[in-house]
Structures are given as structure tokens and as C-alpha cells.
Write a protein that binds this ligand. Structure first.
Ligand SMILES: Cc1cc2nc3c(=O)[nH]c(=O)nc-3n(C[C@H](O)[C@H](O)[C@H](O)COP(=O)(O)OP(=O)(O)OC[C@H]3O[C@@H](n4cnc5c(N)ncnc54)[C@H](O)[C@@H]3O)c2cc1C
Length: 642
């Protein structure tokens, strides 16, 4: 029975909460730390930084990932940058401003104290990563350089060309490797967590499958940390790496962990448009490009087929600059995405199918030179050229919104612990500090804040009472969950139908994009809720999973993940239907302002929706718990970027 949801936000003034909480948190003494085994699932920026830091502190860490190396975690894909309130530009930035931009950017649907803490530790991240040798871009005089990202009127984004995630990940990986060499961290690559084990209601272990040999194994620990990333791939097409999935979070949910705001999905405005049925993935063009690129479409539909160079300036609609003069091309993602959809719905989109808008660098090139633009974004222009065979130095890029990030995730309290004692969730996998819309360059900040600077302080609050309580994998519960995992793997292989995995995944993704994507309404969501269970039934009758369980079998891996998506998609639609308001990326067509912006309903929906699995293994309507959101330092307003 889950009682009242407690965010466990510490008392006191906002700017003192974190300091006071650290001062009042429990400690585990150095000679006791080595007695604890911590299971960290995920070795991206969140998991890698947590594993390295916990190892450095002296805990014994077992770290798992499904890739062949931690260096291949999806975090490597992050291009544009990481925010911090250093105010190196002297342009008026501060911890409060970063906090305020983030909470407003999220349309006032995140926990105030968590967001303030995030802004507070942002500066430590930059110092730590610089010390590690992360090659952030620098100004001529040697100071670290900054650029702007959406939803901010200051330049606070630190970057390493268009490879920020990769460079930060190398930093975390090095730190983790040091611990691997010292023996405090043991790495288990190509090992997928397939279930969570609870002993006496506490998270005390996981069941995994070795992806090379198929061996199913149990691991016990004193606490479990999930850092398993986001689930954007539920939509089939997204900018996420192909392997990103919901399995670890969803299976923890089925064991009792609450899922927070599952319908909050970020649609990124600047991605290379879909070109056809052959695609299994979409490509992001970093938001940083909107520092210098101008977004436009033709004013008249009859001009849409003309080459862009033949459309004079007077006949172009720079719609973001027109609608949002204060933020212009750097309007936040949810707003810029909807604006692109709107002009395309009006028939003014460009490129095949009319689902594209221009991102044009001509002005920036004539102002700054092609060399400067190449230096800033060269690798992004190269990616664009390789995919579209077009030279964006000569002709504008064509872009369109695509699924990119999931603000929803497992519910956690201020200590980053879920409602299951011992189960902690960090990075994109938790329901996050980004509310209903994440600002650019804030995911890397959150993942590293959680792993380097928050979890190491909050985890001892749980561990201090757990000395000597680690169960053995011989415990009944481990045996029971392990046999359920074996049964499920066997069942997937036994269906032996004729329909491909991809066909199921694509059908689900298109349905979700259509009914629970950039815009949603009650009728569409109800339709999706009728169709998803049928598709799921068909999957279990007709799917074909070739190969066997005792060897390397990527089809089997995918099958398990798609089976989870087929259940999880229903939860997303239930959540989207229940939240009868618009906020951030959750745009319910029934609720818009006269200008077509998201219309919140603070009286009824200023709350985190946290869903509890019901159904004893089967999918039934989940139970809703609400965590009311209280705002002391900010005043809730209609978001405006005009
Ligand atoms: C193309 C692209 C560009 C981006 N650019 C930026 C940017 O410039 N700035 C920014 O702030 N954000 C950016 N983001 C978002 C950001 O990259 C991610 O939110 C962030 O990297 C997520 O980090 P993470 O550690 O939480 O998860 P991930 O990096 O996704 O790591 C997840 C880890 O969990 C493991 N895992 C998952 N499931 C299991 C399982 N069942 N068993 C075992 N292991 C498992 C994986 O192997 C992996 O190690 C971008 C996202 C995309 C898609």
C-alpha cells in the first residue's frame, strides 16, 4: 500500500535547503563503505559519474550496461552543450536565473527545490570536468567559452564543438576506469538488467541476461541505482540511439516503483526530416545551430516548391522572430516545435511531403564568415551533408521536429530514491527536474549533477540503516524472480509467428506519434488506448523472434524491449488523457490560449502524476498518486517568450 507521496523536500529557505540537507544527512564512515555493494545499472553520464564517485568514496560498485563498452552509452550522442551558471560572460546570469529559466521552461511542473539544487551544483560540474581534462571550447584569452540555448537570454552553455556528450562521457569513463583498476568498481558490459528483486520490500538485487552467452544471473546488493536513460524509442523513430529502451524502468514499475509523468515527451524542433519508410532512426541537428541559423518558411504556399535562393527576403516568414521577438530563434523546444508544425499544417512546409522548415545560415556566414561557422558547427554540417547530400553552407538546412527526450521517468524524492526503499533513479531515467519541457543543454547537467554531486550525499541516508542486511542470491525472492525472467525469455522465443519485430515497433510508434505526439486530444488518446492492447495481443500471437536464448541474439534483446514498449505506451496514453490541461510538451488541443499556446490549469494539475502498477503481472488500469507541487520562490505565470 502506497500512502501519501512525500517528496521529502527539506525545510528552510530555498537557497539553504541543499546545504542544510547535506549537513543533516546521515553518513557512512570510510571503513564501513567497503562493506556495501551498490548495483549501478547504466554507465552513461549519470551512471558513469555515480559509479566513479561511489567507487572513489570506497563503496563496492557493480556497474552494468548493455553496450560492449560504457563509452557507447547514448550520452555520447549529445552534441550541443551543458549549462552552468558561471556567468563568465558577465551577461547577468546567476544560480537563481538558471533555476528560474529551468522551472519556467518546464512550464511549472517540476519540484522547485530539486531545480534550485540543480542550478546550484551546475558550476561544480564544470570545474570537475575541466579538472578531468574535458576539452571545453575556450575564448581567445583562455576562459571557457559559452553559447546560448533555447529559453534563456544569457549565454551559459559550455561545449566541446558538437561533441559535448562524448567528451564528458570520456571524462566520466576515465574516472570510472581508475576505480576499475583500483578494484572498487566492477564493470559488466553487454549485460542487460531484466528485473528488479525486492527483499522485504527493499530493492536488493537485479536479474540480468548476458547478451553474449544468454546466461541469466542474479546479483545482490545493498542498494540499486537505475541510470538507464530515456524511452523516446517507444515512438520507433526518434533521435535516440537505437538501443534506448524502457525495460529497466518499466520492470521496476511492475515491481512497485511509481512512474512519474510518463506522457511528458520532448519533441526537438531541429532534426533532419523523415524521408521514408526505410528509416529506423532520426538525426538531431543541435539546438546550438539556432544561435546563428534563422528559421523560416515561405510566406505563400505557392512558393514552397521554389529553391530557397529564389525566394526573396520579403517573401519569407521568419516565424519565430515574428512571434517571439524577445527570444526569436532561441524560443524553447516545445514552442519552436509547435510553431514548425503549425506552419507546415498551413501548407507552408518545404521539402518532400511539406514537413520541413528552413534553418538558414546565409546571414551568419556573410556577417561572420564561412570559416567561423565551420569552426563552430563543422561536424554538424558534415553530418547533414552525409545524410542529405546537401551543402548547408550554400543552401539552408531543412529541419522538422522529432522525438528526442523523455521528461517522464521513475518517480523519486529529494534524495533521488523511488518509493521502493533502496531503489534510486538518476539521469534521464527519473521523472526529472525538467517538468513538462526540458531546456536545451540541461540533461547533461542533470545527469552529472545526480551522479557526481547529489547521489553520493543522499545515498548514505538509506545505506546507514542497512549494514549487514544484504541478502544472498540464494534467497527465495531471487529464485522466484529469476525463474519468471527465464519463463519470459522462453515465451518470446516460443511464439514463432510470422510478423517481424520492426513491423510491431513501427506500428506502435506511428500510432503514438499520431495520437500522443506533438499534439494530443481526448478522442485520439482514447482511440490509441483501444488499439494498443490489440496490438500487444497480436505481438504475443504472431511475433517472430529468430535464434535461441543461449547465445548472442539481438532479435531476442529487441523483442523484450518492444514487448515492454507495448505495455508502457498504454501508460503514456492514460497519463496524457488524465492530464486534462496543456503544459510544456504535453499539448492537449482542447486547452490552448487564443494565440495557440499551452494553457495550464494550475488549480487542478500543479502536481506530479505518479502511477502505480496494478494487475499482478497483467496490465490493468494503474492507480494514480499525486504529488502536489508547491512554489515558494516563483510565481506561476502564463509562460511568455514574446
Ligand atoms: C542526439 C542527441 C543529442 C543530445 N544533445 C544534448 C546536449 O547537447 N545537451 C544536453 O544536455 N542533452 C543532450 N541530449 C540528451 C542527453 O544526451 C541525455 O538525456 C543523457 O545523455 C542521458 O544520460 P543518462 O546517463 O541518463 O542515460 P544514457 O546515456 O542513455 O545511458 C543509459 C545507460 O543505461 C544502460 N542501460 C539501459 N537499460 C539497461 C538495462 N536494462 N540493463 C543494463 N543497462 C542498461 C545503457 O547501456 C547505458 O549505459 C541529447 C540527446 C540526443 C538524443
Amino acid at each position: 500500500m502506497i500512502g501519501k507521496l512525500e517528496g521529502k523536500v527539506p525545510p528552510g529557505p530555498l537557497e539553504q535547503k541543499w546545504r542544510n540537507h547535506k549537513n543533516n544527512s546521515r553518513l557512512v564512515s570510510p571503513n564501513n563503505r567497503r562493506k556495501f555493494e551498490i548495483i549501478v545499472v547504466g554507465s552513461g553520464l549519470a551512471g558513469g559519474s555515480a559509479a566513479a564517485t561511489l567507487g572513489e568514496l570506497g563503496y563496492r560498485v557493480k556497474c552494468f550496461c548493455y553496450q560492449d563498452s560504457p563509452r557507447r552509452a547514448h550520452s555520447i550522442a549529445a552534441q550541443g552543450g551543458i549549462n552552468a551558471a558561471k556567468n563568465y560572460q558577465n551577461d547577468g546570469d546567476s544560480v537563481f536565473r538558471l533555476f528560474y529559466d529551468t522551472i519556467k521552461g518546464g512550464d511549472f511542473r517540476s519540484r522547485e527545490a530539486n531545480v534550485y539544487r540543480l542550478a546550484e551544483v551546475s558550476n561544480l560540474i564544470i570545474d570537475q570536468c575541466t579538472e578531468q581534462g574535458v576539452p571545453f571550447a575556450r575564448e581567445y584569452g583562455g576562459l571557457l567559452a559559452n553559447r546560448s540555448f533555447g529559453g534563456a537570454q544569457v549565454s551559459r552553455t559550455f561545449y566541446a564543438r558538437g561533441q559535448t556528450g562524448q567528451q564528458l562521457l570520456l571524462g566520466a569513463y576515465q574516472a570510472m576506469c581508475r576505480q576499475i583498476a583500483l578494484g572498487t568498481v566492477k564493470m559488466f558490459p553487454q549485460t542487460e538488467m531484466l528485473d528488479l528483486v525486492l527483499v522485504d520490500g527493499h530493492a536488493k538485487g537485479i536479474i540480468t541476461r548476458n547478451l553474449c552467452t544468454g546466461e541469466i544471473q542474479a546479483f545482490a546488493g545493498d542498494a540499486v541505482v537505475l541510470a538507464t536513460g530515456g524511452y523516446g524509442n517507444v515512438f520507433f523513430l526518434s533521435t535516440n540511439a537505437r538501443g534506448c529502451n524502457v525495460t529497466a524502468s518499466y520492470r521496476a514499475y511492475k515491481r512497485g516503483a511509481l512512474f512519474g509523468n510518463p506522457c511528458f515527451t520532448q519533441i526537438h524542433p531541429t532534426c533532419i526530416p523523415v524521408t521514408g519508410h526505410h528509416q529506423s532512426k532520426l538525426t538531431l541537428m543541435s539546438e546550438s545551430l539556432r544561435n546563428d541559423g534563422r528559421v523560416w518558411v515561405p510566406k505563400r504556399t505557392e512558393d514552397c516548391a521554389k529553391p530557397p535562393k529564389d525566394i526573396p527576403d520579403a517573401d519569407r516568414d521568419y516565424y519565430l522572430e515574428r512571434k517571439y521577438p524577445s527570444f526569436g530563434n532561441l524560443a524553447p523546444r516545445d514552442i519552436a516545435s509547435r510553431a514548425a508544425k503549425e506552419v507546415c499544417d498551413e501548407g507552408r512546409g518545404v521539402g518532400p511531403g511539406g514537413r520541413g522548415v528552413y534553418l538558414d545560415f546565409a546571414d551568419a556566414i556573410s556577417r561572420l564568415s564561412e570559416d567561423t561557422i565551420r569552426e563552430r558547427y563543422g561536424n554538424l554540417f558534415d553530418i547533414y551533408q552525409k545524410i542529405t547530400a546537401e551543402d548547408a553552407y550554400k543552401t539552408p538546412m531543412r529541419i522538422y521536429p522529432a522525438v528526442h527526450y523523455t521528461m517522464g521517468g521513475l518517480w523519486v524524492d529529494y534524495n533521488l530514491m523511488s518509493n521502493i526503499p533502496g531503489l534510486h533513479v538518476i539521469g534521464e531515467a527519473n521523472f526529472s527536474d525538467h517538468g513538462a519541457n526540458r531546456l536545451g543543454a540541461s540533461a547533461l547537467m542533470q545527469g552529472l549533477a545526480d551522479g557526481y554531486f547529489v547521489l553520493p550525499y543522499t545515498l548514505p541516508n538509506y545505506l546507514a540503516g542497512q549494514i549487514g542486511k544484504r541478502p544472498s542470491t540464494d534467497d527465495e525472492e531471487f529464485k522466484r524472480v529469476e525463474s519468471e525472467v527465464r519463463e519470459r525469455v522462453k515465451k518470446l522465443l516460443e511464439v514463432n509467428g510470422e510478423r517481424t519485430l520492426t513491423s510491431f515497433h513501427r506500428e506502435l510508434g506511428l500510432l503514438l506519434w499520431d495520437k500522443c505526439g506533438m499534439a494530443r486530444n481526448a478522442t485520439g488518446l482514447r482511440e490509441a488506448l483501444e488499439k494498443i492492447p490489440d496490438l500487444r495481443d497480436e505481438f504475443w500471437e504472431k511475433v517472430r523472434v529468430p535464434g535461441e536464448g543461449e547465445s548472442y541474439n539481438q532479435s531476442l534483446e529487441r523483442a523484450g524491449r518492444i514487448a515492454d514498449f507495448l505495455e508502457f505506451a498504454e501508460l503514456m496514453c492514460i497519463d496524457a488523457l488524465e492530464r486534462d490541461e496543456s503544459c510544456g510538451g504535453h499539448f492537449r488541443e482542447e486547452h490552448q490560449t487564443p494565440d495557440g499556446e499551452a494553457q495550464r490549469d494550475d488549480e487542478n494539475f500543479a502536481a506530479v502524476f505518479a502511477w502505480e502498477f496494478q494487475g499482478n503481472g497483467k496490465v490493468e488500469r494503474p492507480k494514480l498518486h499525486r504529488e502536489p507541487l508547491h512554489f515558494e520562490a516563483v510565481h506561476l505565470t502564463q509562460r511568455s517568450y514574446k
